[in-house]
Design a binder for this molecule. Structure first.
Ligand SMILES: Nc1nc2c(ncn2[C@@H]2O[C@H](COP(=O)(O)OP(=O)(O)OP(=O)(O)O)[C@@H](O)[C@H]2O)c(=O)[nH]1
Ligand SMILES: [Mg+2]
Length: 465
């Protein structure tokens, strides 16, 4: 189900230039589609950057002709146009043609999809940061405008940026507080990160509680998860929508999951895309904050990508993780239902290689199909293994008061409980703080049992030895 309306950006011609190879326009076309454009033409060039138009002057004129011939409303340019190139190209294009570079295109998608205050604020901030150098250039060109003058457009943009940054700080502080409370409640925090369209949201829906074990175990898990959602988890369809469209997810979504007895909060994040100026990625700080705060990160890749694309996309992800992730990274090679065995082995080898060359603390990759529910138990085990934790063994009296504690243990971690005539032996694994709390409670129970002993009336049947 898709809750996001399609934008109508009109008709667009896609233009791309690469110094080293004939440009591959697959991704920019998909981004254009995600922003609501109907792509009606394309023009590519292999050459070094031209300072004036980015593409060569002859190509730029060809582009203008193509726009006129196709009646396009916009040119979507796969790259970053300097403010000067932008102005010069617009002048060359038929009147009224919108010129949208890669950065602007992504901003349009995000502006359309942003729902929460945090996301809206982030998009506004990113847009202003994008516009600032352009406004600065326009201001510098106009000699009438002294940069220090009160009310200068540059100062105005700078002031708005400052205000939005302050607002965003407040929002991210609140998110950090929320994460802290969740940790204190005994949850491990796990973030899903990766290139857009890798299948993060599909995986989240698979791993989230109420959707897992039974569905997956039923006959090897037929990929009928839409119906399963409807039956089992009516609100799930409203969050973490899955769509074969770039940047489907524009908000972070968090759901509960139980992995090997550990209570986990899984957060789906906004997908990454290559070649975006770093500050744009940075401005979507909710994603990076979630990654930074996570106890473990699942780095999701698409196994059906050809090896070189997979490598580039994973490198983009790894760059972000190396800067922000503090917890271990579990690489997830998703869509394993698509490649044949040899191609899957090649994908796994690329993942191994990229991670071995990186600074992130990574584990062995796990191949899964989020769509079919294949191999998710192995993934769950790998995540639990990666989570920092502690184990403890203790005994509490086999008494009525202990029952609530035993339930609490099952809810907060992985408890192995053995009932003996006079005591309950527990072997417990969970978050460090949870294990500490469990030991404290166990000690309290033992102490109160000792003081009760003289009062008689201790529950528990077979007391005889
Ligand atoms: N064949 C196959 N397709 C999958 C699998 N997992 C996801 N997909 C498809 O891949 C597309 C993208 O999936 P999403 O879960 O929306 O991907 P995402 O990473 O959340 O994408 P963004 O939110 O755009 O970053 C959808 O069409 C899914 O049905 C899988 O294991 N196998
Ligand atoms: Mg998604």
């Amino acid at each position: 189900m898709n809750t996001r309306e399609r934008l109508d950006g009109g008709r667009a011609v896609v233009a791309a230039r690469d110094a080293d190879a004939t440009p591959d326009t697959t991704e920019i076309r998909r981004l254009a589609a995600a922003a609501g454009y109907d792509v009606v033409g394309e023009l590519t060039q292999r050459r070094a950057e031209d300072l004036r138009y980015n593409v060569g002057a002859g190509k730029a004129r060809e582009l203008a002709d193509l726009v006129a011939a196709t009646g396009a409303d916009a040119v979507v340019f796969d790259g970053d146009l300097s403010p000067g190139q932008y102005t010069d190209l617009v002048e060359l294009l038929p009147d009224g043609t919108a010129l949208v570079d890669r950065y602007r295109l992504v901003l349009e998608i995000f502006a359309d999809g942003a729902g929460s205050t945090a996301a809206t604020t982030q998009v506004r901030l990113a847009t202003l940061r994008y516009e600032l150098p352009r406004v600065r250039r326009a201001t510098e060109e106009s000699l009438l405008n002294a940069a220090t003058e009160k009310g200068s457009p540059v100062l105005d943009v700078e002031r708005r940026i400052d205000a939005l940054e302050a607002k965003l700080d407040g929002i991210t502080d609140a998110a950090a507080d929320r994460r802290e409370r969740r940790r204190e409640a005994g949850f491990d925090l796990v973030a899903l990160a990766g290139y857009t369209n890798a299948g993060k949201s599909t995986l989240l829906r698979r791993l989230a509680d109420d959707l897992d074990v039974d569905v997956d175990d039923a006959g090897g898990g037929g990929g009928d998860d839409d119906r399963a959602d409807g039956d089992r988890h009516p609100d799930l369809a409203e969050t973490a929508t899955v769509e074969d469209r770039l940047f489907e997810t524009l908000e972070t979504t968090t759901r509960r999951a139980t992995l090997g007895g550990r209570r986990v909060l899984l957060t789906d994040t906004v997908g990454l895309v290559a070649d975006l100026p770093h500050d744009l990625v940075r401005s979507f700080s909710a994603t990076l904050d979630e990654v930074g705060a996570a106890d473990a990160v699942l780095a999701v890749v698409d196994a059906s990508d050809p090896p070189e694309r997979l490598r580039r996309r994973l490198e983009t992800t790894v760059d972000v993780l190396a800067a922000d992730a503090t917890g271990p990274v579990v690489p997830v090679v998703n869509k394993a239902d698509r490649p044949d065995d040899a191609a899957l082995a090649a994908a796994l080898a690329v993942v191994d290689e990229v991670l071995a060359d990186s600074d992130v603390d990574s584990r062995d990759p796990v191949a899964v199909s989020a769509l079919d529910g294949e191999n998710l138990d192995a993934l769950r085990a790998a995540v639990v293994d990666a989570l920092p934790g502690a184990t403890a063994t203790f005994a509490v009296p086999n008494a009525a008061e202990s029952q609530a504690f035993v339930s609490w243990l099952h809810e907060h971690g992985d408890a192995d409980v053995t009932y003996r005539p006079e005591s309950i032996a527990v072997s417990f694994a969970g978050r460090l703080s949870v294990v500490a709390e469990a030991e404290r409670r166990a000690a309290d129970l033992a102490a109160s049992d000792a003081s009760d002993a003289s009062d008689a009336g201790v529950a528990g049947e077979g007391e005889g030895e």
